[in-house]
Design a binder for this molecule. Structure first.
Ligand SMILES: Nc1ncnc2c1ncn2[C@@H]1O[C@H](COP(=O)(O)OP(=O)(O)OP(=O)(O)O)[C@@H](O)[C@H]1O
Length: 576
């Protein structure tokens, strides 16, 4: 890390790029409504522009739109919003065609990343509905594209690390077979694309259902989290895989009908919660049936299922290696705690608009069961969460301990609705965070609130992974133990794994860097954005403390006291 570039700066950059990415996604959605001649000029084997150029074009188009359509009144704004929604709907129906994917009819776009699009599709030969993830193999080489002689014909370069990541994702998915894991039906490639044909999850992301329902009853939260936990248990104990990105965006569900509740679950301070309907044990509720884990882009194999040994350590089973396997798994357990917390109250355990404060809270494990939103949630659920969101990974529950906890083994029951809620008046209470998150629901994925929540997860997870995995990696290097991450994870062994970055940042191009330590080229992310994620020599926390003591500490940085244990809820979200 160049001198003078603080970790706090690093994370400011991270969130900035996260926001750019979100903006790019929004741009994509908005300008997808353009006529095909504008939005999808011909390239070689499909009808897409390279990502960089497409986004430029989209931003340009959006700027033009902003200049020409400035709605003066609320009615005009509503009308404009309706037009955009209609255009989006129409654009969803205009499907591209891909060479190599002739056996599938694309029906609708379901999601996208920086390098991929996911479509609902139908297998023409069998009639089976599937999801197809189309990943671009090449990206426009931006530095060359600017050169005049290349103006007409863009030079493309293969994304080598991305290829390794996709193949790893495919290999891991191929080896899994569990009702809580999205199935990979087939994998193929053309000259320009990889095609992952996946089991279709019609409900989409659990994330949107949380925002829609505000929060889940304990019965529904249990229904969801137990399925996720069973999937994690299978990955950890039967496949030797850690997922490393368990978050509501990567949990997909099958939709079931909502049967209106006889006694709707409602907490007085959340009067606008939508009725999640009757909960049926073994079936579900809130429109959510089966829940499955998706997106293995960050996953790692930590032990070899055939030899039953940790990966890359043939004949070498030092205690720290065995411990490391447990610690790797504990990252998923911490994430499980974040998801469970969010399901029960509708906001994440760690959040702050200031990246400095958020980073600090995550690293120190400072969260709280914020009143009044947590007042009606059972002590058993809170107890379980404290065993997941504890800073010391060796104290954190394993997946089996999680599944044996009384809250998990309890049969679903009617939740009592408390009538003595402190602060509960006729007006619903909204913390600034809740307002931000819930305020934009009407606009669905385009609301800044939704983006904030997604970012909060991404940043929180990135901080956590860096903190725990970075420290362990250094310890192994110091001990001379090589190859823990060999085999499928070989490309990550030499340098800091780029994957601790939030998904948004990875999508922004950082997957291509591969070895951040080694990358000294001018096209590297460091050169572009002025930071690197070299954490050698200190944990995030240690580094921040050093800076806080030195005169380079940013003004906004307020060092907190030392962590006092898993439940050191020294600061409430609302207090910061
Ligand atoms: N099997 C599926 N069924 C339904 N929707 C899906 C499926 N797989 C993915 N999606 C949708 O597409 C989105 C992107 O999928 P996925 O996360 O696998 O792609 P990605 O490019 O790896 O994304 P990211 O880079 O954000 O991790 C999901 O969040 C979801 O909305």
């Amino acid at each position: 890390m160049p001198p003078g570039v603080s970790v706090v700066e690093t994370f400011k950059n991270l969130i900035r790029h996260g926001k750019h990415h979100q903006q790019a996604r929004n741009d994509l959605k908005q300008t997808a409504a353009q006529p095909p001649s504008q939005a999808q000029p011909n390239t070689s084997d499909h009808q897409e522009l390279p990502q960089n150029q497409r986004q430029d074009q989209q931003r340009h188009h959006q700027d033009q739109q902003r200049q020409t359509h400035v709605p003066a009144t609320t009615a005009a704004r509503d009308a404009a919003a309706e037009i955009i929604v209609n255009e989006e709907r129409e654009a969803k129906l205009k499907m591209p065609s891909y060479k190599g994917l002739e056996n599938y009819k694309l029906l609708e776009k379901m999601g996208d990343g920086a390098f991929s699009n996911v479509y609902k599709a139908i297998d023409i030969s069998t009639g089976q509905k599937v999801a197809v993830k189309v990943v671009r193999k090449f990206e426009l080489n931006a530095s060359q594209a600017g050169e005049k002689h290349l103006n007409a014909e863009f030079k493309k370069k293969p994304r080598v690390t991305e290829r390794a990541n996709i193949l790893k994702e495919v290999q891991i998915m191929r080896g899994t077979n569990h009702p809580s894991i999205v199935k990979l039906i087939s994998f193929s490639e053309s000259q320009e694309h990889y095609f992952l044909v996946l089991e279709l999850m019609e409900g989409g992301e659990l994330f949107h259902q949380i925002v829609k329902l505000t929060y889940f009853s304990e019965n529904l939260a249990r229904h969801v989290i137990l399925q996720v936990a069973q999937g994690i248990r299978y990955l950890h104990e039967e496949r030797g895989v850690v997922h490393r990105d368990i978050k509501p965006e990567n949990l997909l569900f099958e939709r079931i009908p909502i049967v209106p509740s006889k006694v709707p679950v409602n907490r007085p301070y959340d009067e606008d919660k939508e009725d999640e309907g009757e909960f049926v044990l073994g079936v579900g509720g809130g429109g959510i049936g089966r829940v499955k884990i998706a997106d293995f882009g960050l996953s790692k194999v930590v032990w070899n299922e055939h030899t039953m040994t940790p990966c890359g350590t043939v004949g070498y089973t030092a205690p720290e290696i065995v411990k490391d396997e447990r610690y790797s798994k504990s990252v998923d357990m911490w994430a499980l705690g974040c998801v469970l917390y969010t399901l029960l109250c509708g906001f994440p355990p760690f959040y702050d608009e200031s990246i400095n404060v958020l980073t600090e809270k995550v690293a120190r494990g400072h969260y709280t069961f914020l009143s009044p939103w947590w007042d009606d949630i059972s002590d058993s659920a809170k107890n379980l969460i404290t065993h997941l969101l504890c800073v010391d990974p060796s104290q954190r529950f394993t997946i089996d301990e999680f599944l044996q906890h009384p809250w998990c083994t309890a049969l679903s029951t009617e939740q009592p609705v408390s009538s003595s809620i402190p602060n509960a008046g006729s007006q619903p209470l909204d913390s600034p965070l809740l307002s931000a998150i819930r305020g934009g629901w009407a606009q669905e994925g385009r609301s800044p609130g939704v983006a904030s929540l997604k970012e909060a997860f991404d940043i929180t997870y990135a901080v956590h992974r860096m903190e725990e995995e970075g420290a362990r990696r250094r310890k192994f290097r110091a001990a001379g133990a090589r190859g823990f991450l060999s085999g499928l994870n070989e490309e990550e062994d030499e340098g800091l794994d780029p994957s601790p970055l939030p998904a948004a940042n990875r999508q922004a191009g950082q997957r291509d860097q591969g070895h951040l330590h080694k990358d000294t080229g001018t096209k590297g992310i460091r050169a572009q954005h002025g930071f690197e994620l070299d954490l050698d020599g200190a944990t995030l926390l240690g580094r921040r403390n050093k800076r806080a003591l030195g005169n380079k500490a940013p003004n906004a940085f307020k060092p907190m006291g030392p962590p006092t244990g898993p439940n050191s809820n020294g600061q409430r979200l609302a207090d910061s």
